[in-house]
Design a protein around this ligand. Structure first.
Ligand code: ZN
Length: 255
């Protein structure tokens, strides 16, 4: 899927050498014969249908720019499971295979490869890794690519681009309901510190105004244990809600 995304981006770049790169996913839809139908407000995210001229993408009216960009990129991914030489495009898989979990996973991989291409992200290495990482910096980079902070953080983690020896990123996702959040600590392989964190602290967030809470991280480095505070920030709504905190190591003289 990554190669398909790269191929589509190269096709776009050949036609628009001076345009923003990577482009918004919407700029790529015509290359896959996708037209839009925005009248259907009842659609929560996106829904792709075949038509005599290619595909029609029905997009929900709600959602911010990052969410919309991801949805369109994901739906472009689905078009690669059709024979687009035929009109209307014909499915390359059985109906039962077209909607399974693996296809969704592949379309998500396609979307991040399209919106956050590895080659472009490599140029962010100095920005990500020189000096402590901060939430405003994460947000600034996310906005530049029109993706959510969560999408950016997961992508830099999976590509191994987070090599900051001074900071950690905590990403906590609630998958709806009152379940304990799933916590990811994104740490650099360059750091020798071990970070421990009690996710129950995050339950305080649901009692707060939604701006996050002060969290304490237990950091073991060498023979020392440090307690470092960081403030989380809450993003998204409903089951997609998640929190992010950027944690920086203090610099005591003997560290
Ligand atoms: Zn899908």
């Amino acid at each position: 899927m990554t190669d398909l995304a790269t191929g589509l981006l190269n096709q776009y770049r050949a036609q628009h050498p001076r345009a923003r790169f990577p482009p918004l996913a919407q700029k790529l839809t015509s290359l896959r014969d996708i037209s839009f139908d925005r009248e259907r407000e009842s659609v929560t995210s996106g829904h792709l249908q075949v038509s005599n001229r290619g595909f029609v993408l029905r997009l929900g009216a709600s959602g911010n720019a990052a969410r919309r960009n991801f949805t369109i990129a994901h739906e472009i991914g689905h078009t690669f499971f059709f024979n687009v030489e035929r009109k209307p495009p014909s499915p390359l898989l059985l109906p039962s295979e077209m909607a399974n979990h693996e296809i969704e996973r592949l379309c998500n991989l396609f979307a991040v490869s399209l919106l956050l291409p590895k080659s472009t992200l490599k140029s962010l290495l100095p920005e990500l890794n020189s000096g402590p990482i901060s939430l405003p910096r994460i947000e600034q980079i996310s906005r530049r690519f029109t993706v959510s902070p969560e999408t950016l953080i997961r992508r830099i983690k999976s590509l191994g681009l987070f090599q900051n020896p001074l900071s950690f990123i905590m990403l906590a996702k609630r998958h709806g309901g009152g379940r304990e959040p799933v916590v990811d600590i994104i740490a650099s392989p360059l750091s020798r510190a071990v970070v421990e964190f009690d996710p129950s602290e995050l339950f305080l967030e649901s009692l707060s105004s939604g701006d996050g809470v002060d969290l304490t991280f237990n950091i073991r480095l060498g023979g020392q244990t440090l307690f470092v505070n960081a403030t989380s920030k809450v993003y998204g709504r409903g089951p997609g809600r998640y929190s992010v905190a950027c944690v920086s190591l203090p610099e005591p003289p003997n560290l």
